[in-house]
Design a binder for this molecule. Sequence first.
Ligand SMILES: [Zn+2]
Length: 132
Amino acid sequence: MKINFKISEFINSDTAIKNKINNMPDINSMDNILDLIINCMQPARELFNLPIVVTSGYRCQKLNKLVGGSINSQHLNGCAADFIIKNMKPVEIIERIKSSNICYDQLINEYDKWVHISYNKNNNRMQILKIK
Ligand SMILES: [Zn+2]
């Protein structure tokens, strides 16, 4: 499988830049980001054959606090990413991933605005949730 995501798509953050936060993951978080890309994001890109826009990937503690992420957020260790696909509703994206063979820990429809997907190499629960 050829990966065509850039690692920067999962690290760069306008909020981090604005607030002069160094959002650089440690090596373990980097490892988790790569697992997420290899197991979820790239397979999703191939499933939809459409551009996937990552709206939030890895978040260091400071950044997570600033964006109001939960204290146990899987974004903190690089296990989660939020994304959108232009002209597709989160509910449609989730249905299609659900019926694929993509393995994930959680797939969350957040406010009908974006999809949160996470991968946990130790335990993938295949949970589907909705946050209103
Ligand atoms: Zn998220």
